[in-house]
Structure formats: C-alpha cells, structure tokens
Design a protein around this ligand. Structure first.
Ligand code: ADP
Length: 258
C-alpha cells in the first residue's frame, strides 16, 4: 500500500507542458534556485517556451531572483495567471503571499499542488520546478502529482551537501524519474586578474564518482561567480545579463543535457 507511484502521463494535470524538469538539492543554500532560474532562461534563449514553478513554500526564492515589473497575480476563470519576465512564466507562493508560510506539511503539500496544477501555464516546452530542499513528503507529493521527465541535482563540494546527494538520486529512482545532470555548484573561484587560475575553495567534491555510480550522463562543476550573485540579488537572471560569459556557456551545456 505504501508503494510510491510516479504519476502516469495520462493523468498529468499539466497536459500542455511537454517536459517537466525538477531541480533538486538535499540541502538548502547550495544554489538550487539559482540553477533552476538560469537553466529556465537558457532554455528560453534556445527557443523554448518555458515556465518556472517555485515549489519551495517555506522559503520561496523566485520573487527575489526574478523581479518582473508586474508583481500582481491575477485570476481568470478560476485559474491563476502566472507572472511573466522575458517570456518566461513564473509562479511562486511568494508572489501570492509575501508573508512567510507557517503551516504543517499536509497543508503545504495541498497548497503546492494547487499552485502547480491551477496555474494556467498554457502550452510550454519546459516547466522547470524548483523543488524544496530535501527528500520528504512534499517532494514525493510533487513526483506523484506531475509526471516528471527528468531531475537535475545540485550540490556544493562540501561533504555536508554531498552526503545527501545519493538520497536525492535514490528518491527520484524510486519514482522512476531519471537524474540527467549533477551540478557541483560554487566548486571553484577564478580570479579575473590571474589568468587560468582556479581555487577549489571547498576542496574537490565527489560528483564524477557519483555520476558514474548512478549513470548520470551530465556532470559539471560551476564556479563561484560574484557577478552571478550580484545579478541574482538584483532580480535579473545572470544568463540574460551576462549572455556571452563563461557561466552562460555552462548553462547552455546543462540545457542541452535536459
Ligand atoms: P538554494 O536554492 O539551494 O537555497 P540559492 O539558489 O537561493 O540556493 O542560492 C543561495 C545564494 O548563493 C544566493 O545568494 C545566490 O545568489 C548565491 N549563489 C548561488 N550559486 C552561486 C554561484 N555559482 N556563485 C555565486 N553565488 C551563487
């Protein structure tokens, strides 16, 4: 009775969305939302119609990372109209209720389901879901509500983040969602004034080994990039602001892996 079933393609509430991609991490603060946002905007740059669902109700990041001019959510025919920035559709609990959520798990899962399925996403090539960190009820509810096509796992090199990566990979394995990419974020720093120098500030992670062990086809280290952080803090995705940069190229290779 406890068997976990992946939602079947037939009962997908988001039937005009071609691909649903989860971006997940096991710990908070590793850059999961940053990766979700920049991946989504890269997919748009490559010609896709894209939406981002911020599924982190306790700590929504999308309202800070992407700041459209119109921040007022409207409703039409009982559906929620997503906000929009540079053609990307956006939904977050933080847009609806900027107060912090103090709710128990089952209420959160319900609310998140509603947000996900009652938002009028229209036809999309990709919906990127910024998952809440961890591998608990809420994450499983999402897997059971929508038919995820792929998962991208984000970690930092530190052992504290890495030790749980396998839990995340195994969670997606249980619900038959393939992990297609492993991003080791903030892995190194390249100073502008010393060419070809890389500092691995937190040591080397184990992403390559984990990717080999679990058959994850794309594994990449992303730098700690103060420019990316600055643009993020200003509500503008770095891949739009710094479109010719190295970080944008890394996001393009990630986009081709999903
Ligand atoms: P999470 O979703 O895992 O909690 P966030 O995406 O919110 O993490 O990122 C946490 C903070 O780290 C943010 O301030 C973000 O701008 C910053 N950050 C994320 N990735 C990088 C990076 N590669 N370089 C510099 N800062 C980063």
């Amino acid at each position: 009775a406890n068997e976990i079933n992946r939602a079947q393609a037939g009962d997908r509430p988001l039937n005009k969305v071609k691909h649903i991609i989860a971006v997940a991490s096991c710990k908070g603060g590793v850059g999961k939302s940053t990766v979700a946002v920049n991946l989504a905007f890269t997919l748009t740059k490559l010609g896709g119609k894209v939406g981002i669902m911020d599924a982190d109700i306790y700590g929504p990041s999308l309202p800070i990372l992407v700041q459209p001019e119109n921040k007022i959510v409207q409703y039409k025919d009982g559906r929620i109209i997503p906000l929009e920035y540079e053609n990307v559709k956006l939904m977050s609990f933080g847009y609806i209720n900027p107060e912090s959520a103090i709710m128990r798990g089952p209420m959160i899962a319900n609310m998140m389901n509603q947000l996900l399925t009652e938002t009028d996403w229209g036809s999309l090539d990709y919906l990127v879901i910024d998952m809440p960190p961890g591998t608990g009820d809420i994450q499983l509810t999402i897997c059971q509500t929508v038919s995820l096509d792929a998962a991208v796992i984000v970690t930092t090199p530190q052992q504290l983040s890495f030790q749980d990566v396998i839990k995340g990979i195994q969670m997606f394995g249980k619900v038959s969602v393939p992990c297609v990419a492993l991003v080791e974020n903030m892995a190194y720093f390249e100073p502008n004034d010393i060419p070809d120098k890389r500092y691995y500030l937190f040591g080397h992670g184990k992403s390559q080994k984990i990717a080999n062990d679990y058959g994850i086809p794309f594994v990449e280290s992303f730098p700690l990039d103060p420019d990316l952080c600055r643009w993020s803090d200003n509500g503008i995705p770095a891949v739009l602001a710094l479109s010719e940069s190295k970080i944008s190229q890394l996001y393009q290779s990630l986009a081709s892996a999903v």
